[in-house]
Design a protein around this ligand. Structure first.
Ligand SMILES: Nc1ncnc2c1ncn2[C@@H]1O[C@H](COP(=O)(O)OP(=O)(O)O)[C@@H](O)[C@H]1O
Ligand SMILES: [Mg+2]
Length: 462
């Protein structure tokens, strides 16, 4: 019982006692009664005061409860935040959180590793800083659309190749997942960014391998066909040729000039057919290399000699510029001579449309000091018809030809032999007029697989 209540209770009890025993009352009252009333008044005042304090105290209690609740809410948020931070730090990919203004508000350690920026360089900056310049403007709109859209997680740029830009300006192919998150600070977007450089490399490798398998399969078919053709056609063709040659040696005796001309034409056609057979056999029988150490100048001179007749018929001028002191090449001499003679014949044939005596073919060599081992670059440049843009790859496919009497196997053989030497070859238009055929061969001994030592000769095109 409270003090005020107790006092009041006591006083009431006294008053009742006095009323019940009137005889005793004169001894108590009036002085005592007065005093008691004063005490009672005092006690009542105290009770009112206490009541007030009581109320104030309950208000404080309510406030304390509210604060306690907020504290535990805040602690829960901190715990969630910490939990998110630990999870994000251990995630195997870069995680960036972006607010509605497109500013980065969170970045994990992997983001630093992927983009090359420190976290403090990322925080508060627009997410567009990590995109290629060409995509930045468009991205602002796409970002706003995504934020105002339904609460959903999705992959970014489905079906498109995405790439981001690192601090050093290099680009990196990436895959991006987006998730909207509702937080006390508003709607945020969590982007998970995976670097897919390695995956792309493996995909390319797989693609190359598949192409290689398809090529080998096609080669096997051509090989079987070529063998059949060789067996069934070669011998009768040789007999016809021999017969024609014998008849050709007995001119005036049995035939007139017209017949003589017909024999000559027949002989030329037989030679042409033989040429087709030789090309077919060369392409289909990809024999192993017989490498030896040879000088590139000598190989090129020998190839020029092989095509001397074609060059002379066309009245073409062949000039050379060989860099001196080039290292010797570990290569199959027969095969490389064929590579260069095929390219030279093509170069001369490409000049057919231009005036007599105007045809020019220039052969040059130089050493490239690349990142790994040095390589020798051979260029055969002509001033002929040039190659159509976009057709450069196609020219190397077997049986692709634009010439009426072509087999379309010349460049296919070139490609195959150069690949065997771990080299690269391509054809490209040479300035205003003509074509430049570029063969790049690595120096040093030929070892290992048939994969090329470098990615593309075009990278070094001058
Ligand atoms: N130097 C060149 N200039 C222009 N086109 C060329 C050149 N070399 C090759 N080509 C094109 O590539 C095609 C394929 O060449 P190739 O494989 O040697 O077969 P072919 O000589 O039998 O046609 C040619 O038909 C021609 O269209
Ligand atoms: Mg050819």
């Amino acid at each position: 019982m409270k003090k005020a209540d107790l006092a009041e209770h006591t006083l009431t009890a006294l008053q009742e006692a006095a009323e019940r025993r009137p005889g005793a009352a004169p001894e108590i009252a009036p002085a005592l009664l007065k005093e008691l009333n004063a005490v009672l008044a005092d006690l009542q005042a105290t009770r009112a005061e206490l009541h007030e304090k009581d109320q104030a105290l309950s208000a404080v209690h309510v406030e304390l409860d509210r604060q306690r609740e907020r504290c535990s809410e805040y602690a829960e948020r901190l715990r969630t935040h910490e939990h998110f931070r630990i999870t994000a730090e251990s995630a195997p990919c870069a995680l960036l959180m972006v607010n509605q203004a497109g500013e980065i508000v969170f970045a994990n350690a992997q983001s630093e590793a992927l983009f090359g920026y420190r976290r403090d360089e990322l925080m508060g900056r627009p997410i567009e800083m990590l995109l290629p310049k060409a995509h930045q403007g468009k991205h602002v709109g796409q970002r706003a659309n995504f934020l105002s859209g339904p609460h959903a997680a999705r992959h970014m740029g489905a079906g498109r190749d995405l790439c981001c830009v690192r601090k050093d300006g290099s680009e990196c192919p990436v895959e991006i997942g987006l998730t909207q998150i509702e937080t006390a600070e508003g709607r945020l977007v969590l982007s998970s960014i995976v670097d897919i450089t390695e995956r792309r490399r493996l995909e390319r490798q797989l693609e190359d391998r598949n192409c290689e398998i398809a090529r080998t399969q096609a080669l096997a078919v051509v090989g079987r066909m070529a063998n059949m053709v060789a067996h069934d056609l070669r011998n009768p063709l040789s007999s016809i040729k021999m017969g024609l040659q014998i008849l050709g040696k007995e001119p005036a005796l049995h035939s007139g000039a017209e017949e003589q001309e017909l024999k000559q034409i027949a002989l030329e056609q037989v030679r042409y057919m033989e040429g087709i057979l030789v090309d077919l056999l060369d392409y289909s029988r990809e024999s192993p290399l017989k490498p030896e150490w040879l000088e590139i100048d000598k190989l090129l001179d020998a190839a020029t000699l092989i095509v001397q007749k074609t060059v002379a018929e066309r009245g073409a001028r062949v000039t050379t510029h060989y860099q001196s002191g080039l290292p010797t090449l570990h290569c199959d001499g027969d095969k490389l001579r064929q590579v260069f003679s095929n390219l030279l014949v093509n170069a001369v044939q490409a000049t057919e449309g231009i005036g007599d005596g105007a045809a020019e073919v220039h052969i040059s060599t130089h050493l490239e000091l690349g990142t790994d081992r040095p390589r020798i670059r051979v260029e055969i440049r002509d001033n002929g018809c040039g190659v159509e843009a976009g057709q450069e790859e196609k020219l190397f496919e077997p049986f692709y030809t634009t010439r009426a009497k072509g087999t379309g196997l010349g460049l296919a053989i070139v490609g195959s032999v150069v690949r065997q030497h771990h080299g690269k070859v391509h054809l490209a238009s040479a300035g205003k007029r003509g074509t430049r055929a570029v063969v790049v061969l690595p120096t040093g001994p030929i070892v290992g697989s048939r994969e090329s030592d470098f990615t593309d000769t075009r990278e070094e095109d001058h």
